[in-house]
Each structure stands twice: as structure tokens, then as C-alpha cells.
Design a protein around this ligand. Sequence first.
Ligand code: HSE
Length: 444
Amino acid sequence: MSENKIINLALVCCGTVGGGVINILTKNHALIKKRLGLELTLKYVVDVKRPDELDEKLFPGMKFCDRIEPVINDPQVDIVIHLVGGEALEREFILSSLKKGKHVVTANKALLAKHGAAIFREALAHKCHVGFEASVAGGIPVIKALKEGLAANHIKAIYGIINGTANYILTSMQRAGCSFEDALATAQAKGYAEADPSFDVEGIDSAHKITILAELAYGGLVDFNSVYAEGIERITLNDLRYAEEFGYTVKLLGIAQMNQKLDVRVHPAMIPTQHLLAKVDGVYNAVYIEGDMVGPTIYYGQGAGREPTASAVMADVIEIAQRLISNRDKNAGDYNVLNYFSKNSLELLGPENINTGYYIRFMTIDQPGVLAQISGVLGAHKISISAVTQKERHAGDIVPIILMTHTAPEQAVAAALTEVERLSVVKEPPLKIRVMNELSGEEK
Ligand code: HSE
């Protein structure tokens, strides 16, 4: 730590979230100084191009550079905020910072989900802190909730709406009846979406985040490549409306729960409309965490966007600064949650072992006997139907038939749907949405 009672920061990449960090350092400078009892100084901003809005008068002595080397070679720099995004370069930058003894704050969920162990090992070797609150659920302090608030609990389940873009799209489609494409374009314009928005809509971003939460909650490494991820691309406005009629809201959900083995997955899910999670709209995120002692808890807030994410970044900066000031970590690795990210790999329950209820949409020719053929196949696979609806009537044309099932094994449903798809009257692969019986208080 620098000696003159200041903590020196460097910001690597001044994009959307970096701009939010600058804003917080400017607007809440006095508040943060009061809370910390000393000054946080932005000593470097690193970017390929100087950001237009970077007002050096607000940060006297700040240096702008387009390379990271001056930052990591400056012994006065205490904390490096890494916001480059992507994987290879960010990994290289973070590891170089740690090797030089710099404490690190990152929002990079993809990197942590895939290479968390390597980063935390390096951090431990150099007695450095790594803050990653902003990597999951934007401004919601859910990492702190797991590490601190719920530290005395076995975690029974985590259900998270953890992608703001996907939630924004589903909400806009339902509320405004707008198209998937229009809702996505607005989410991108507002800065919510990933550089590659397919990460948002295909559930990959949520899979990164639920991997991190599962590792923290269940104390071991989760193989990101084995986490099942399914997105919202095939969900139509009609599916959302049918779901509503059955008393459900469709959300893209990250799930982590212990059922003898660890069950970690991401997919669209039907949540009972009365459940708090069903009421989480727009870019907002919410994470439901059930502990064995505390029971159910919910954390809610903006899961994407400039200032909310920067708020989480700065929370880590402030926590690390507090630790440096009080010099209370003999072994900085404790904060690096190595106790959570242990070297043990956690064995995952494959998605084929899911048991749940299903909403299934079949696009079929509208003619007598079709429903009998479909229900015959489901019956042969011992899948029990709880409700059926066909609203549209266009004899000879293609119409949706909607079917709800009682709890059934995923394998049986998959096998039945493969068989149904082969029927000549069925014109598209059936769409299934899993129903969250766990949240309805009904049988599991
Ligand atoms: N693209 C992400 C989202 C940003 O929409 O939630 C926050 O990680």
C-alpha cells in the first residue's frame, strides 16, 4: 500500500462500466472518503483510446496510457480494476497484475467461470485480493450475501434471474407485445447486452454466473462446460400468453441445487405468477437463495447497466481498501474465497436426470385425431397430461397445441418428443418449458 494514506487505483478499460466507475469516483468521492477515512485516487486509466468524457481536472495527477505495463510496474498502484472483458487478454492482464502484487477487481464472469481456479491460485501465491462482486447480477451484492450473510448455512437451492437482457426481452414481449428483435435492439442500445448478445439470449451469460454462484455456495469447482444452458430464442409471445393463462410467468432461470449430486443448469422456466421471482421485470435481476437455517431469501436489483455494475465494482474496491487500511489480512487468500473455490471438482447431475412438470407446444396440422396421436405417444412413455389447450382453429393449417404435464422424468419427455416430432402431422420440433414445481409448493 502506498505510504501517504491514499489508495491508488488503476482502471483498465474505460467502456460502459468503466465510465460508471469514473462517475462514482467523481460524484461520490467525498462520501467514499468519509467512509474509508482516506482518499481513493485514480492514478491511471488504461485504454486503447482516451475516452472523451475523461476530465483530468477531476483526477489531478491521473495518467492516461494505452498499455498496462506502466500500471503493473508502478509500486504505488494498490488496486487494479480490470474491465476489458473477453477472456484471453483479460486473463493475461489479471495474472500479470497479481504476479506484481496488485489487488484485482473484475466483473468478468466468463473468465471466472472458466478460469477462476487459476486466478485465485495466483492471488493466493501473491497474497492478493480478488473482488468479483460485479460478475454476477450487476449491482446486487449477491456474492457478499453468499460469502458473508449466509456463511452459516448449507445452501439448499439458488434460483436466479441473472441476465438483465433476457429478462428485459421477455418482459417487453409480454408487456408491449413487441417482437424479440425489437426488444433485443433496445436492450443493446441501453448497454445491457453482452458484446455478443447471443450470450444473453442463449443462456451462456447466465451459465457463467450460476457457475460462480454454485462454486461459492457448494465449495468446489464446477466444470462450466458441463453446465446445461438453453436460451429464450424459441419462446414466442403466444407461449408467454399461454403460460399466463395457466398461472405462470416465463423467466430465464439459473438453477443450482443439491440433490445428492449438484444440479446446475440454465433454461427458460415457468414460475407461478404469484411467486416473487415472477414479478421481477425488465433489466432487473433477482436471486432466490435458500439456506438450511435462514430459509428462503431474495436479493433484487438492477442486474446490468453502467452505474449498477460500477456500484458493485466500487464495493469491492472499498472493501479491499478497508482491508489494506486495517491490515487485517495476514493471509489475503481468505478473502479470495479459496475455501469456497477449493480444488475439489463437484460432480454434476446431468440434465437427463431432471424431474419436473412441462409445458409443451406442438405445431401441428389442424385435423381430427392429432391430439390422440400425440397423447398416445406421451402415454406410452408414462407421461401424465394435466391440461391441454388448442385455441386457434384453422382446419388443414398449422396451429399450436399446448399441453401441460405432471412431473415426469426429462429422459422420458425427451424420448416422447423425438417420437412425436416424427409424426407427419407435426410440423416443427416441439418446444418445452420446464415448470418450477419447486417454487409452487407442490410435489417435487
Ligand atoms: N449482459 C448482461 C445482462 C450484463 O444482460 O445481464 C450483466 O452481466
